[in-house]
Design a protein around this ligand. Structure first.
Ligand SMILES: [Zn+2]
Length: 315
């Protein structure tokens, strides 16, 4: 899609005799690789996007480096996930970057969770540190529902249009085209997930709530009892017992999870394990937001299809 846009824009520029030096681009800093990809799609030729947390890195934790501060210092717009996903590292970086354009509540900062209608996993009752790295405002991993990615694209386009009115139409057109592409693939992705959509799962971290909700997969347990804290052997044993009681269960872990624990647990349950990317770039094949869902749904389908015995309910 980006290539097509480039060709159209170049053709327009040539026709108008505008082949001179390009106008200054909107400088965008994105916290997550998914957001960087969406911002680059929507920003096209009119924006320059830099990424803070690379795909293979667990976005809950990011060591603050001077190179990250420099990216924030130059930015006209910061797009971030919100719901406290980046709370451990973004405020620190923003303090050192001292970029007035990105002040909280200003036009230069955009919390993308504002695009999401239905925030899942809002804890009920009191939460405190003893429960681990809990997400008190709800599950922040909403980009794992592709429909939310489309909504975020529209939100980003509106803000880009506000900051750079000369290219407002182009931002909006690219966001609309991204939405169309995502909508056009939803059924295909569901097909790729295949048998997984009819089986219960045990997750490693509560990373997949939005993905599972979209695909209609029921999560019956989590290996990581308290988010961000290694599970105790006692808890792992409980989850294994839970898994063994359901012959058709499968296990889902992210590429950055403690895979030795996930592998051992799934082996003891006799359940297949799908290791899937939790972000764009977390796996080499998931090199874009759309490609990420190709990989995720493909692996869910493969893991559950190769396990025909369990699918038929054989203990
Ligand atoms: Zn999380």
């Amino acid at each position: 899609m980006r290539i097509r846009t480039t060709i159209i824009l170049l053709a327009a520029a040539c026709a108008m005799g505008l082949a001179g030096p390009a106008a200054a681009k909107l400088k965008v800093a994105a916290t997550l690789s998914d957001l960087a990809w969406i911002a680059a799609e929507v920003g096209g030729e009119d924006a320059e996007v830099s990424l803070l947390c690379p795909g293979p890195q667990d976005p809950h934790y990011l060591p603050a480096k001077p190179s990250l501060t420099r990216k924030l210092r130059k930015a006209d717009l910061l797009v971030y996930n919100g719901l406290e996903l980046e709370v451990g590292w973004l405020p620190v970086l923003l303090r050192t970057a001292r970029n007035n354009r990105l002040k909280p509540g200003g036009r230069g900062e955009l919390e993308c969770s504002l695009a999401v209608q239905n925030i899942l996993g809002i804890p009920t009752g009191r939460t405190d540190r003893s429960q681990g790295d809990i997400h008190p405002l709800g599950n922040p991993h909403y980009l794992l529902d592709p429909r939310n990615g489309a909504a975020v694209g529209t939100l980003i386009a509106e803000r880009m249009a506000e900051l750079d009115p000369a290219h407002a139409d182009a931002y909006r057109a690219r966001a609309a085209s991204l939405r169309q592409e995502i909508d056009g693939r939803l059924a295909l992705w569901r097909d790729m997930a295949g048998a997984a959509t009819a089986r219960p799962t045990i997750v490693y971290h509560q990373h997949w709530e939005y993905l599972l909700n979209w695909l209609g997969i029921e999560a019956i347990g989590a290996i990581e009892h308290r988010p961000g804290i290694n599970p105790s052997p006692g808890h792992v044993s409980e989850v294994i017992a839970l898994g063994r009681a359901r012959a058709d269960v499968f296990v889902v872990a992210a590429t950055w999870d403690k895979l030795d624990i996930a592998e051992k647990a799934s082996e003891r349950m006799g359940a297949p394990l799908a290791v899937i990317p939790g972000a764009v770039g977390a796996d080499p094949a998931a090199d874009g937001y759309l490609a990420m869902f190709d990989v995720i749904c493909g692996r869910l389908g493969q893991a559950t299809a190769s396990d025909a015995a369990a699918a038929e309910g054989t203990p």
